[in-house]
Design a protein around this ligand. Structure first.
Ligand SMILES: *Cc1c(COP(=O)(O)O)cnc(C)c1O
Length: 357
């Protein structure tokens, strides 16, 4: 199948674009969206770009009952010269297929999905904001659509891509956040779905997040499900610790999301000849290092904030103030470099950026 077979229906009524300095996260959507369907006879079929609108589903559609669904999240950035740049988008479609495999959803053609996304972005390019820190958030996702209450994989699916202009995650520059180390609830267990970007992983964390927020924390740091001993990740970010000059991040043991920002940060640190290791790291080790004064920096990584410095970790009623609650040197350098590359201000020695033609 070639890109030409995509059908395009444009809207007659274009929406007004939001003011660039007041874009809320994830509530404004562009004029068009991409859709395609799957059935076992035809595979994925009928790729189309249509006006953004609600979709209609049978109340028995399996997505509503058994949560068979996966999603992705990436951003398109506007460079100063007007070009539109995407950060490693092929990695998102690769991960979408990994998530789909875990959820028994049929795979998509990764290269073709990227072409469809580019076509959609070409139609919506005026929606990519240009102010510092803003971007067009891209949300590809797949839902199971077969009307059937029998537990088991759906025989029909819909794949969609929707686009949402987003403002700066940290208006006025990056600032450190306070994180609660979660002792009661579990995000993911070994053998579960922690490595997949799938709906249930998130809603099952809301109670813990609500409790943490009541005590002034921005989010929770999850520990491993079996022993509540080893550090996993934050709500939608991977986590890094700088201890005695060495940067440590939890190894991908199957219950942690394989972040593309995480992967890129590791590659970047290695290119700077900074010591970086992926291994299991316990919360006790972190606490001991804190008492020894050896914790220099803590930061989260993810598409939303890119780098989010952690100023305070709360664990069992003990408060660990990191780097005087200030942004660390490495965190700042990583943030400046990666966002510089993403916005086309800095050279891209890794060949990460994909330009919309
Ligand atoms: C998406 C996500 C991340 C970050 O992944 P990126 O590819 O860097 O955006 C980390 N943890 C969880 C649970 C996530 O859903």
């Amino acid at each position: 199948m070639t890109i030409d077979q995509i059908s395009i229906t444009t809207t007659m009524k274009k929406k007004e674009k939001p003011s660039q300095d007041q874009v809320p996260f994830g509530t404004i959507f562009t004029d068009h969206m991409f859709m395609m369907d799957y059935n076992s006879e035809e595979g994925w079929y009928d790729p189309r770009i249509v006006p953004y609108a609600p979709i209609s589903l049978d109340p028995a559609a399996m997505i509503f009952h058994y949560g068979q669904t996966v999603f992705e999240g990436l951003k398109a950035y506007r460079a100063e010269d007007g070009r539109i740049l995407l950060f490693r988008p092929e990695k998102n479609f690769e991960r979408l297929n990994l998530s789909s495999d875990r959820l028994s959803i049929p795979p998509v053609d990764e290269e073709q999905m990227l072409e469809y996304l580019m076509k959609l972005l070409d139609i919506e390019k005026d929606w990519v904001p240009s102010t510092e820190g803003t971007s067009l958030y891209i949300r590809p996702f797949i839902i199971s659509t077969e009307p059937n209450l029998a537990v088991g994989p759906s025989r029909t699916y819909t794949f969609m891509i929707i686009l949402s202009p987003v403002g700066s995650y940290f208006p006025g520059g990056i600032r450190p956040v306070t994180i609660h180390v979660e002792e009661q609830f579990t995000r993911a267990a070994k053998g579960g779905t922690g490595m997949a970007k799938t709906a249930g992983n998130y809603s099952s964390g809301y109670q813990a997040q609500a409790n943490a927020k009541k005590e002034g924390n921005a989010d929770v740091l999850w520990l491993d499900g079996a022993e509540k001993k080893y550090i996993e990740e934050v709500g939608s970010m991977n986590i890094f610790f700088k201890i005695n000059g060495e940067i440590v991040t939890p190894a991908l043991t199957g219950s942690i999301l394989k972040g593309i920002t995480r992967m890129s940060i590791i590659e970047m640190l290695k290119s700077w000849d900074m010591p970086v290791v992926e291994r299991r790291i316990s919360i006790e080790e972190v606490y001991k290092a804190f008492l020894d004064g050896a914790i220099e920096e803590v930061f989260g990584t993810g598409t939303a904030a890119i780098i989010s410095p952690v100023g305070e970790l709360n664990w069992q009623g003990r408060k660990m103030v990191i780097n005087n609650s200030e942004i660390g040197e490495v965190s700042q350098k990583l943030y400046d470099t990666i966002t510089g590359i993403q916005r086309g201000k800095l050279e891209d020695p890794f060949g990460w950026m994909v330009v919309l033609k």
